[in-house]
Design a protein around this ligand. Structure first.
Ligand SMILES: [Zn+2]
Length: 448
């Protein structure tokens, strides 16, 4: 249904007036579109893309300016950033790929607000923003990476084009950009509209999460398509060498609808053979279809596409960092965020675990201060371990809580403050403090 009265037409500047008039008469649409914005988005994105989206940065800035006067706690800032700021560009991001500068501007505004910077005073930014975007249970603060989220939103358009091929939008885009109907393998042609360029970028993200489900297997390329669910990259590991087969269908005994086990074992490495033989063969006439691998039911979601893209961009970096154990995700994070204590206290403990506490010892190491001496007891270097567990003034607090012998015991080991706190929070043994009815983790995290 198209309402002619509400419709308008765009003309490129090089269209002659007569042609414009003819088109208007033929379509019976008389208005020429000269809108500034359509549903809050630019109707035409010109050469200078940043200009079209600058209003998003302005909105983020004005929101944050409003909050600054309120001097919120770190926990309050976290909630505002996640609930309000991250949502501002969502709508534009589902249609357009935001220019890099716009993503960067929004990100740096968020990062400055989080660290408490203003025009007069700058604070230390302890971590690169991508580390703040690490999921909480893996040691980060779980902020959204704007660029990855943008691509995940756009990936949804590819899912729509595939699952609703008869929609008007899909028909128009197919006719113009992938007339052979092969969306997944289409290339980006010069002169494509900005909308299509955006969808195409999302398509690259989309391709990271899809998997082919084998029907009769004819169209699936044995070597290039992702089709083996249990393989890490969803593909074969056996090198091709001089194997002549190219289609998955050639591995299927058509008569009995079963895998040709002998052939498979003979051609591929045992690991590949096992994986292939474990794929159930669909009965019936279904040839093949695309499914979304991260979801058990095969249904696309922006959230899972975001995780795929984030993992692709930052996963390797994360696994190289020291707080990521080789045995997998450190259980400390789950334990920490589950504690029933105020968010501000949790974030303080999170910083302690990561060694991001601005005590003099740490600042001196970063060449921000010259002296690292503790200003309270003037006897020792003010390391995190000293501040939390060893300074005589602090030991007094631990003594009042009835925990001084425990603290003395853990401090005998040569470990830094973060590691000691981690041991204390993860230990299962009971502690006897003077305060009843408080969990071990809650007590220790609050005391720190
Ligand atoms: Zn001291």
């Amino acid at each position: 249904m198209v309402s002619e009265a509400k419709s308008a037409i765009f003309f490129s500047p090089c269209n002659p007036v007569q042609v414009r008039a003819d088109v208007c008469v033929t379509l019976n649409i008389m208005a020429e579109a000269v809108l500034e914005k359509y549903l809050g988005l630019p109707p035409i994105v010109g050469v200078d893309r940043s200009d079209c989206f600058q209003h998003l940065v302005e909105r983020v800035l004005s929101k944050i300016r409003g909050w600054k006067e309120k001097l919120l706690s770190v926990g309050g800032r976290e909630i505002l950033l996640k609930a309000v700021i991250q949502a501002i560009p969502s709508y534009a991001m589902s249609v357009f790929k935001l220019p890099k500068e716009i993503c960067n501007d929004i990100t740096s505004t968020m990062s400055k607000y989080w660290c408490g910077d203003d025009d007069h005073k700058k604070h230390m930014h302890w971590f690169a923003w991508w580390k703040m975007c690490v999921p909480k249970e893996q040691g980060g603060m779980g902020f959204r990476d704007i660029h990855c989220f943008n691509l995940a939103f756009l990936a949804k358009q590819s899912w729509r084009l595939l699952s609703e091929p008869d929609s008007l939008c899909a028909q128009v885009l197919r006719a113009k950009y992938f007339p052979d109907g092969d969306l997944l393998n289409c290339s980006l042609k010069k002169g494509s509209s900005y909308t299509w360029q955006s969808i195409w970028s999302g398509l690259q993200t989309f391709k990271k999460g899809i998997i082919w489900r084998v029907g009769d297997g004819t169209s699936i390329n044995l070597w290039n398509d992702p089709w083996i669910p249990s393989s890490p990259n969803k593909r074969l590991h056996t090198p091709r060498n001089n194997i002549v087969l190219t289609r998955v269908s050639e591995l299927i005994d058509e008569e009995n609808r079963v895998w040709d086990e002998d052939l498979i074992r003979q051609l591929f490495w045992p690991i590949d053979a096992e994986r292939i033989l474990n794929i159930p063969l669909a009965l019936g006439m279904m040839t093949y279809f695309v499914s979304w691998h991260p979801d058990r039911r095969g249904v696309f979601s922006v959230k899972s596409a975001y995780h795929e893209e984030w993992e692709f961009q930052h996963g390797r970096k994360l696994r190289r960092t020291s707080n990521y154990q080789t045995s997998g995700i450190n259980p400390i994070w789950k334990t920490l965020w589950k504690l029933r204590i105020p968010v501000n206290v949790k974030i303080h403990a999170w910083r302690t675990l990561l060694g991001a506490i601005p005590c003099y010892g740490v600042l001196a190491n970063r060449h921000i201060r010259t002296s690292s001496q503790c200003p309270l007891c003037i006897s020792d270097c003010e390391s995190i371990k000293h501040v939390m567990f060893q300074c005589p003034r602090v030991l007094e607090i631990w003594r009042i809580l009835g925990l001084s012998s425990l603290i003395q015991e853990v401090c005998t080991m040569e470990r830094d403050g973060g590691a000691i706190l981690q041991d204390l929070l993860l230990s299962k043994s009971n502690i006897h403090s003077h305060i009843a009815d408080v969990g071990r983790g809650e007590l220790i995290a609050t005391a720190v």
